[in-house]
Structures are given as C-alpha cells and as structure tokens.
Ligand binder design. Structure first.
Ligand code: DON
Length: 303
C-alpha cells in the first residue's frame, strides 16, 4: 500500500475545508496560534513512517495527555483506579459540570476533564514527583528526550480556568480528590500544556497498538490492559462526538483542543494529525476529515 501517496491525496482532498472552524480561544495562549497549519504522520508497527506537511511542528497536546495519565494510573493502581472514575461515555461536553453534580462527584470517564483531574490527583498521591515522572513517561514512549511542559500555556489556562476550577471544587466536595485543589489543577494544566509533534505522538501511540510488551520508564501494562485502554479511547475519546468518530473513522483515538488527534489500528499502525481549527465539539475539523479518508482508502480500521 502506498501510504505516502494516500497521505498526500488526503491533504489535497480536505483543503476545501481548511477555513472551517476556529482554534480554541478559551485558553488565551492557544488563541495566538496560527490556525492555518496542518501535519500528519503515520507509523507502522513494522517501523516504516510516512508523513506530510508540518509533521515535526510541536503543538499543545491538551486532552491527548489524558491517555498518558490514564496509562500511568492503570499501571500504578490496576483495576482499583475505576473506583474513583467510570468508563462509560458521557455524551456531554468535555468540560460539563451537570453530570458530575448529578452523579455525586464520580466522573463518567477519565477523558472528560473531571475524570482526568481525578487521575491527576491519583498520580499526585502515588508519586513523589508526579510532574517529573509524567514527562519521563511521555519522553520514553515517544523516544524524544526534550519534550517539555509549556508553562505559559499552563498558566494562561489556570488564569481563565473557571470551569475546571468549579469541577475541582465539586470533586473535592464529594471527596473524590485528596490533594489540594490548586495543586491538582496545576498538575492537570501542566500535563495538557505538553508540546509534541505528530511524529512524536504517532511514535508514542505505537505503544498502545499492542504489537509488543508495554514497558516504559518503569511503567508496565499487560496486553489485556492495553486492550481495555483502547476500549475507553474508542467509546470516550471524543466526548459527545465519540459516536461520530467511531462511525466515520472506526479507530480508537483521542483528540485535544490544540487541534491534535491520535488514533491507532491495533497491531498495525498509529497515526497523528494536527490542525488547530476545531468544530463545535472541540475536535479538529481537518483532523477528523483526514482520518475518515485514511481508513476509507486503506480499508484498515477495527471494523
Ligand atoms: O481542560 C481543558 O479544557 C483543556 N486543558 C483540555 C481540553 C481538551 O483538550 C478537550 N479536547 N478536545
């Protein structure tokens, strides 16, 4: 299969939609990003790599970080992690408060903000240097030693993070999080502020394709656990658009409001695409279209 040609053809085909949507502006630092950018990188488990356009430009991974945090949480806590956070799709926006209040402070899943804030709290309770360990884990997965937090993005989100602060307070009120609210939120914002390129994200997510033993920076996950982590990405990775992504693309994956999307075909490939303009659900417009075309042309999805 000529993956390189497929990626180039896809780019030409999605170009007419290049002005649809807008970059996230509720995080002031992200509003400054040039919205007219695009990159894609696909890595096969056999080692071949294909990319097009800005596949080496780093961007804010935002909610994609929630997958890394969950992987660490599962390695540390095993099934008991699910005592604090559910694994059902929410059908609500990633920052919704309504369900959390109704369900007495147990978030539906680890990929909505409330769930990821709970996972951040668990990592802080389990680890002496959660910030350092998180970076080491992401660096080991991606093979890039210079991946960093972007503190100006994290602080800019903190400054305007009223909804996440409300979520943090609700979680604390219900006793779901143990640590100081400010501490937990700042760690959560820092994880979201990590910057990576499509190439680095595709490399990192190859680890979740279950093609080899998962052992990175001292964190180990069994094949069965990776299977389950993929199941949560499939059902919850795109919030109230999880059904749509499943329908159009047919792969487990995760998006972020920085405009990145990572998806994977178990035992076959990982792919990352980035373009900052988002649709109304907070998912990259060109990213969604590119992945839909990728699984249509390659006929490689999980269905
Ligand atoms: O907490 C937030 O709102 C952001 N740091 C992350 C949200 C996000 O990326 C949702 N993704 N589509």
């Amino acid at each position: 299969m000529d993956y390189q040609k497929i990626l180039e053809d896809i780019y030409k085909e999605i170009l007419p939609f290049a002005c649809e949507g807008a970059q996230a502006d509720y995080i002031p630092a992200l509003a400054q990003i040039n919205p007219d950018q695009f990159g894609i990188c696909l890595k096969l488990v056999s080692g071949e790599e294909y990319s097009h356009m800005q596949s080496d430009t780093r961007f804010s991974i935002q909610s994609i970080a929630k997958v890394f945090a969950l992987a660490m949480g599962l390695a540390l806590k095993g099934e008991s992690l699910w005592d604090k956070v559910g694994k059902e799709p929410s059908g609500t926006a990633f920052n919704s408060l309504v369900q959390l209040e109704f369900e007495k402070g147990k978030p539906r899943n680890p990929f909505i903000n409330a769930g990821a804030i709970v996972v951040a709290d668990i990592l802080l309770s389990e680890l002496e240097d959660a910030e350092g360990e998180f970076l080491s884990f992401v660096r080991a997965l991606s093979g890039s030693d210079d991946i960093e937090y972007n503190m100006s993005v994290a602080l800019s989100e903190r400054e305007k993070g009223y909804l996440n602060a409300a979520i943090g307070n609700l979680l604390k009120y219900h006793g779901t999080i143990k640590n100081d609210i400010e501490r937990v939120l700042m760690f959560y914002f820092k994880m979201c502020s990590v910057e990576m390129s499509c190439r680095e994200l595709a490399q990192a997510f190859l680890a979740f394709t279950n093609h080899s033993t998962f052992e990175y920076a001292g964190y180990t996950l069994s094949r069965s656990r990776i299977k389950r982590l993929n199941a949560v990405m499939q059902t919850c990775g795109f919030y109230d658009e999880a059904g749509e992504f499943s329908y159009l693309v047919g792969l487990p994956g995760k998006s972020g409001v920085g405009g990145g999307i990572v998806a994977l075909c178990p035992h076959r490939y990982a792919v990352s695409v980035w373009s900052p303009r988002l649709n109304s659900k907070g998912n990259s417009v060109l990213g969604m279209k590119a992945l839909e075309l990728l699984t249509t042309y390659t006929e490689e999805s999980i269905f």
